[in-house]
Ligand binder design. Structure first.
Ligand SMILES: [Ca+2]
Ligand SMILES: [Ca+2]
Length: 122
């Protein structure tokens, strides 16, 4: 963590390690995706928001009768909730945190933005 090699960790270096590593460009595209997902515009992505846009009826487990479409979509939302409160409602913070995790493994801003655009058809 001692990036400037002074032999001690200063406060800024420490903060940099804690802060989600997302540039403005990345944050902007993540928020754009969130806004698209949040159909109702209440600042949370819930089952109701995604139901109209994501058809889970062809999911293998729905076809086999193991899961309902709602189950599949709830699980899909749960991915973005991470280890925080999994209550079927994805908050902006949860969504940003999920993508800051993804973001860490991607060096180029452009690549990250492009990936988001394709994933969410922005
Ligand atoms: Ca909503
Ligand atoms: Ca939640």
């Amino acid at each position: 963590m001692d990036e400037d090699g002074t032999g001690s960790i200063n406060y800024d270096e420490f903060l940099d390690k804690l802060r989600p590593e997302m540039t403005e460009d990345r944050t902007a595209v993540v928020l754009e995706a969130f806004a698209k997902l949040d159909e109702s515009g209440d600042g949370m992505v819930t089952l109701e928001d995604v139901k109209g846009n994501y058809d889970a009826s062809n999911h293998p487990k729905v076809v086999s009768g193991e899961m309902s479409e709602d189950d599949v979509l709830t699980r899909f939302l749960g991915r973005f909730e991470g280890n925080t409160k999994q209550d079927g409602e994805v908050t902006k913070e949860e969504f940003l945190e999920y993508y800051s995790g993804v973001s860490k493994s991607i060096d180029e801003d452009e690549y990250f933005v492009e990936m988001m655009k394709q994933a969410w058809k922005l």
